[in-house]
Design a protein around this ligand. Structure first.
Ligand SMILES: NC(=O)c1ccc[n+]([C@@H]2O[C@H](COP(=O)([O-])OP(=O)(O)OC[C@H]3O[C@@H](n4cnc5c(N)ncnc54)[C@H](OP(=O)(O)O)[C@@H]3O)[C@@H](O)[C@H]2O)c1
Length: 338
């Protein structure tokens, strides 16, 4: 028995990747032996997705694929075919985002997977499999960020929320959910011309060019935002902190501009601003289930469909390059059997 999927092979020397290949192969079932730990769950995969991290892994950039050979894909949605984990049974539709899949363990860019049940979630009743994959890590991270803003007490009456990386996967989902919840959302994008209409359709009330936030600015600036949902890091995040009103809150999940944070403590000590870190990879089960339930309730399926493009395994290498080049809009679902 064999199955079809992408296999990354590479060697890492002093942090540099050598002899990288990412090819579609017929993979023997034995390839998955030992995957999923002591109580593995076997899955017939229906859909995976392309996140920024998948782009890095497939294109041979460092930091994501931590073992070789490796099936990439940090997301998967599929049907359980066998489970040694009591929490799951054959026939169940499940979703996995993160948890090491596609990084240190085999992931979802193949027709079969064997994973640990630790980060697996049974799809909420009535949740469509393709839409769950369309949400994937990016949409899940957007919801984790919104849950964090709510935990800090944010309400729509507090004022505008700025979302960076607006036309990307996290940004698009965040805008759609925040707008549905009644927030006034400012979308910061590098693609005002080409994606302005798209962002307005998702629910953005204002659109600004991301260059407004990307240059180094003063430690305290005019108060513009009740909250920020940042995917960019670097000076963009520093400026958002400096522009956040008293007792406001900002979440940080990404590094689209850079991993540095050239900020001062002034927004924290003079305006009581809170900065909350978001890590989707190892979010605990209870939080995962809460986030998926909220995504079922608060994300318009119409808007999700409008932000989703579908490709097959054959298209993955080109899409990986495109996401790294910042050319992908919204979310990409991979129909692994297509
Ligand atoms: N912490 C976590 O658990 C977690 C989970 C998911 C993702 N992430 C991270 O979050 C970020 C966004 O992920 P994603 O899946 O949404 O990726 P994505 O679909 O590739 O979107 C990233 C967006 O960032 C914007 N961007 C690109 N270069 C930029 C720059 N130099 N300065 C400011 N913005 C820039 C672009 O949006 P515009 O064209 O609209 O400007 C781009 O579409 C990535 O860094 C990813 O690694 C983290």
């Amino acid at each position: 028995m064999s199955f079809r999927g992408i296999v990354i092979e590479q060697t890492v020397e002093k942090g540099r990747i050598r002899d990288h290949s990412a090819e579609i192969q017929d993979i023997p079932e034995s390839f998955l032996e030992g995957s999923g730990g002591d109580a593995p769950v076997d899955i017939d995969v229906m859909y995976s997705g392309i996140n920024y991290k998948d782009g890095l892994a497939v294109a041979g950039k460092p930091g994501v694929a931590r073992t070789s050979p490796l099936i990439p894909g940090i997301d998967l949605v599929g049907k359980v075919t066998a489970s040694k984990d009591d929490r799951f049974s054959s026939g169940q539709t499940v979703v996995l985002t993160g948890g090491g899949a596609g990084e240190s363990a085999h992931g979802g860019l193949a027709t079969r997977a064997r994973v640990s049940g630790e980060y697996l979630v049974a799809l909420p009743e009535g949740f469509d499999a393709r839409r769950a994959a369309a949400i994937g890590t990016a949409g899940f991270t957007a919801m984790l960020s919104i849950l964090a803003l709510e935990r800090e007490g944010l309400t729509p009456d507090d004022g505008p929320v700025v979302v960076t990386g607006a036309a990307g996967g996290v940004g698009s989902t965040a805008i759609a959910v925040l707008a549905k919840l009644g927030y006034s959302v400012t979308a910061a994008t590098g693609r005002v011309e080409s994606q302005g209409d798209y962002l307005r359709k998702l629910g953005a009330t204002d659109i600004i060019d991301r260059s407004e936030l990307s240059e180094k600015g003063p430690a305290l600036q005019k108060r513009r935002w009740a909250a920020g949902l940042d995917t960019a890091g670097s000076t963009t995040l520093a400026n958002i902190l400096s522009q956040t009103q008293d007792e406001g809150v900002v979440t940080t999940c990404g590094l689209a501009q850079g991993p540095d944070l050239p900020a001062t403590v002034m927004p924290f000590i003079l305006r009581g601003v809170t900065l909350v870190g978001i890590n989707s990879v190892t979010a605990p089960r209870a939080v995962r289930e809460q986030a998926w339930k909220r995504l079922a309730d608060d994300l318009s399926t119409d808007l999700l469909d409008q932000m989703t493009d579908e490709i097959t395994l054959d298209d993955v290498p080109a899409r990986a390059d495109a996401i790294l080049a910042g050319e992908v809009r919204g979310r990409t679902v991979v129909s692994v059997n297509g």
